[in-house]
Design a binder for this molecule. Structure first.
Ligand code: 13P
Length: 249
């Protein structure tokens, strides 16, 4: 555990505006006050350059990248493009993209590899639906997703995994701490079979309705190395207490 720094990452999704970037000032101040915690914010692509100029001490990132460096892919942006304007990382394989854009494990894997090739870090998301959990298949589904979307060269230097149960995203519902610990333990075990000792270097984030009230408990669960935070990352008032909870662990 000692070698893995806590990572608190925000995901603004399709929210935020130039006017909202002021929130980053207090988030950056809280991050400076929490030297043991890495703080990151994935903003809409249109805000990456302004956000990274405004908060150079924060890791600003993208929420998705294409798997090719350039080409005839109207509407898409590449890893090199977001890096050029200041992104240090990207999320790949978020469940909203897997559902809305039909992204497959193979595409997610290719996107993660493209991110690495461009010099970005990546946060790769996995998670089960409510129906899969109710059927008792959560661990099987999530570890299979991990195995199929894990990129070549996976290492803690550049890759983190986020466990985000689909039914917990934006719902105010979370798994129990025991369920989170069990899933993260299963993910760590699968990483060990895939990567050997390097598995211990990858950070495993929990995501899904993390807020100031539940952050300490969820971040304290076994094998949880941080959080991926949606709604509560949109304002400093809600995000800063989560950073502080991580700093107290
Ligand atoms: P919420 O924190 O809004 O539930 O979103 C979680 C998420 O999807 C982060 O990527």
């Amino acid at each position: 555990m000692g070698m893995r720094r806590k990572l608190i990452a925000g995901n603004w999704k399709m929210n935020g505006s130039v006017g909202a970037l002021g929130e980053l000032d207090a988030i950056a101040a809280a991050a400076a006050d929490a030297p043991g915690v890495d703080v990151a914010v994935a903003v809409p692509a249109t805000l990456i350059e302004l956000a990274s100029d405004r908060a150079p001490a924060l890791a600003i990132g993208a929420q998705d990248v294409h798997d090719r460096p350039s080409g005839a892919h109207t509407g898409c942006v590449s890893a090199a493009m977001v890096k050029e304007v200041g992104a240090r990382f990207t999320i790949v394989g978020h469940s909203e993209r897997r559902a809305d854009q039909g992204e497959t494990d193979a595409q997610v894997r290719a996107k993660a590899e493209a991110a690495r090739a461009a010099g970005l870090h990546a946060i790769l998301c996995v998670g089960e639906t409510a129906a899969e959990r109710d059927a008792g298949r959560a661990e099987a589904v999530v570890t299979a997703q991990l195995a199929a979307s894990l990129p070549e060269g996976a290492s803690g230097d550049w890759l983190a995994i986020a466990y985000e149960p689909v039914w917990a995203i934006g719902t105010g519902r979370t798994p129990t701490v025991a369920d989170v610990a069990a899933m993260h333990g299963a993910l760590r075990a699968r990483l060990r079979t895939l990567l050997g000792d390097e598995a211990d270097a990858l950070r495993l984030l929990y995501g899904g309705s993390v807020n100031d009230a539940n952050a300490a408990e969820l971040l304290g669960a076994g094998d949880v190395d941080g959080a991926l935070v949606g709604g509560a990352s949109l304002t400093a008032a809600k995000f800063v207490p989560i950073i502080r909870a991580a700093a107290r662990l």
